[in-house]
Design a protein around this ligand. Structure first.
Ligand SMILES: Nc1nc2c(ncn2[C@@H]2O[C@H](COP(=O)(O)OP(=O)(O)OP(=O)(O)O)[C@@H](O)[C@H]2O)c(=O)[nH]1
Length: 205
């Protein structure tokens, strides 16, 4: 809520994606409540509005937690809505890691740009079941030009707030660059009109 009573719009809209069961809901709940809950309804898609502090600034985040088996059309609506994406796989599920790159290509295609994202390897508490090395996650994150975190929603998850904050920073950077670009192009348009008027005056005098 702002001081004049209006509901503040979100500073960043974040969508969380990954195969079923990798722990997307668990990560969101850990971020929002600092708790771990063992089971969630796998069919639910939920949006949360959350006020938090990033670099001493109060920000409003909207978070869309998707169900892994979502309809394509529903998912595409979420992708268009979001400013940035958290891509999640589980370290004990190789296929969830293998699906990440095509997911990133899908996001780039829908948004027609190289999207802002963070790569998260979840369930690091299950080290004895590891099927994906940390170095593979790091390399993939470098290829996708995004930050990489290995974490566990069930086991502490101290770095979970930081991964949401880092994505927010990336989104903010992108928005600043885009709004500077828009300001520059509208200033240029004014200059063009002005020049045309001057030329016209010059040619008639
Ligand atoms: N050991 C362990 N289990 C986890 C962790 N995170 C989630 N789980 C478990 O993994 C299962 C799936 O977690 P969810 O958070 O529902 O996964 P999801 O990606 O939201 O699943 P869908 O909604 O089906 O797409 C649940 O049984 C969780 O308790 C973790 O960090 N470690």
């Amino acid at each position: 809520m702002t001081s004049n009573g209006k509901v503040r719009t979100a500073d960043s809209r974040i969508m969380i994606l990954g195969m079923p069961g990798v722990g997307k809901s668990a990560l969101v709940v850990r971020f929002l409540t600092n708790r771990f809950i063992w089971e969630y309804d796998p069919t639910l898609e939920s949006t949360y509005k959350h006020v938090t502090t990033v670099d001493d600034e109060q920000v409003v985040m909207e978070i869309l937690d998707t169900a892994g088996q979502e309809e394509t059309i529903q998912r595409e609506g979420g992708v268009r809505w979001a400013d940035g994406y958290i891509l999640v796989y589980a370290i004990n599920d190789r296929s969830s890691f293998d699906s990440i790159l095509s997911l990133k290509h899908y996001l780039d295609d829908v948004k027609k740009t190289n999207v802002q994202c963070v790569l998260v390897a979840n369930k690091v508490d299950l080290l004895h079941e590891r099927r994906v090395e940390a170095s593979e996650g790091e390399t993939l994150a470098q290829d996708m030009a995004c930050a990489f975190y290995e974490t566990s929603a069930s086991d502490g998850g101290e770095d979970i707030p930081e991964l949401f904050h880092e994505l927010h920073r990336e989104i903010r950077r992108r928005k600043m660059i885009e709004s500077k670009g828009r300001r520059r192009s509208s200033a240029q348009q004014v200059r063009n009109v002005f020049n045309r008027v001057l030329n016209k005056i010059g040619s008639t005098s």
